[in-house]
Design a protein around this ligand. Structure first.
Ligand SMILES: [Fe+2]
Length: 449
């Protein structure tokens, strides 16, 4: 009996110590839906050898998956550690699939993974997220209560500098805790914001952690390190992060994927990217052209094209893309960067003159005045959503009730509450709701085809 207790206690301790970061789900390099789906499972451990195995419960019981692989991350201040990944394969679409992780033959982790759905689904979107605040935690909890099928973060994933050490304390413990077990249950997707990259060539050796900690499609523009439009890494500072990122750096900054009847085009909008350059523009046009068969098209990025906040008012360098997005029938543009919630009327825009970065981009607007999202639900133009109220301190709360301070095409503006966006997508309708941390509805519109 005593031996049994010792055995159980040892197994318990092993489970407690097994992870620096518990297993979390990623879409991996799987941009398209498949007859049998797959997901990527990642976890972080100390830098020592151990026998890891992953199993998925299939019709014939627990099925071993291919052996997990790891990359070592050795960038101070964290001690060198390992980032493991394993593919969960041959999964039924839209199912909840039980999986478990074994260490030296003992099960140390068990959860259920939601695989990509074919049709109706719920995607939750928010940005400007992991600053370690109680508001971030409250939003995470409210997101979990809505039971999304997947989550998308519109940049500024972790504050203040996108560092591996910040992910360890501010990101994973909030989105993948026992109390809020989101990331172990549904895949998270995202895009780097200005706080996720060394925008001022800052010298933290463990920044750029997006490329090492996330696993997303590698179908974006084929950028090489050091090229124009690639996230900058500083020689002699960021080598460890680049090594730990493998093929993800710098390519994974932009990508596209399908979920249900939606095609998502995800753009790195950071200041070093020039989407007017032939290489990036050609990629974007080809991606949108190939998505013509999708029912819905969403573009997600960090820096909004159109917004009303006094903060970041002049960060308009993505505006010149609007005509191309309109041409290919993009329905929604989802952004962050500005720490509040905003929704425009359906817009069409022609830039007059594109000046230097950080200066306003003027042009002419065609505003769909008939769309109300309630009875008139067919939009002529693109709805631009800012959903940057996922945790970080809010911008310009006074503007919520100061309608005169809004741009003439802004239709909703909530900057005095943290919030997140719920997209309920069906074949012919897309319902967008903005909820606060208590689940109260702040705004709602429906789009139909
Ligand atoms: Fe930002």
């Amino acid at each position: 009996m005593r031996i049994l207790w010792i055995f159980l206690f040892t197994a318990f301790l092993q489970a407690q110590d097994a992870f620096l970061v518990k297993p979390y789900l990623q879409l991996g390099n799987a941009p398209k839906a498949a007859a049998r789906e797959r997901l990527e499972l990642m976890w972080h451990t100390e830098d020592r050898d151990a026998a890891w195995a992953v199993e998925v419960r299939a019709a014939r019981g627990w099925t071993a998956q291919a052996a997990p692989a790891y990359r070592r991350l050795d960038a101070p201040p964290l001690p060198a550690h390992r980032i493991y990944r394993a593919s969960l394969r041959d999964l039924a679409p839209g199912a909840r699939t039980p999986y478990r992780v074994k260490l030296n033959g003992t099960v140390v982790f068990e959860a259920e993974a939601r695989t990509r759905r074919r049709g109706s689904h719920r995607m939750i979107v928010f940005g400007d997220a992991a600053d370690g605040s109680k508001e971030q935690a409250a939003i995470a909890k409210a997101v979990a209560a809505q039971q999304p099928d997947a989550v998308f973060i519109t940049g500024d994933l972790v504050y203040p500098r996108g560092r591996a050490s910040e992910y360890r304390t501010r990101f994973f413990p909030v989105y993948n805790s026992e109390a809020t077990p989101l990331m172990r249950s549904v895949p998270f997707l995202g895009v780097p914001g200005n706080h996720d990259v060394p925008w001022d060539l800052q010298r933290w050796p463990d920044t750029l952690a997006y490329f090492a900690c996330w696993s997303l499609p590698l179908n974006g523009p084929a950028l090489k390190p050091g090229e124009p439009n690639a996230a900058p890494a500083v020689a002699g500072v960021h080598e460890a992060m680049v090594a730990a990122s493998g093929p993800a750096y710098p390519r994974m900054a932009s990508y596209s994927f399908d979920y249900g009847k939606v095609h998502w085009t995800v753009l790195d909008s950071n200041i070093y990217t020039d989407w007017g350059s032939p290489a990036l523009r050609a990629w974007l046009e080809a991606d949108l052209k190939a998505a013509r068969g999708a029912e819905w098209r969403i573009v997600a990025l960090h820096h909004p094209l159109f917004q009303s906040s006094r903060s970041h008012m002049d960060d308009q360098w993505m505006r010149p893309l609007s005509p191309l997005l309109e041409q290919y029938g993009v329905d929604l543009v989802l952004a962050g960067h500005v720490h509040n919630y905003q929704r425009t009327a359906p817009l069409r825009f022609k830039p007059a003159k594109v000046g230097p970065r950080g200066k306003p981009v003027a042009g002419t607007f065609i505003v769909d005045e008939t769309f109300d999202g309630k009875t008139a639900t067919r939009a002529k133009g693109i709805l631009h959503i800012v959903t940057g109220a996922g945790g970080a301190e809010l911008y310009d709360p006074w503007q919520t009730d100061a309608r005169a301070s809004w741009q003439p095409w802004t239709r909703a503006f909530v900057s005095d509450k943290h919030s997140f966006t719920v997209l309920d997508v069906e074949a012919k309708s897309l319902k967008l709701r903005q909820l606060d941390a208590e689940g109260r509805e702040l705004d709602a519109v429906t789009l139909t085809k």
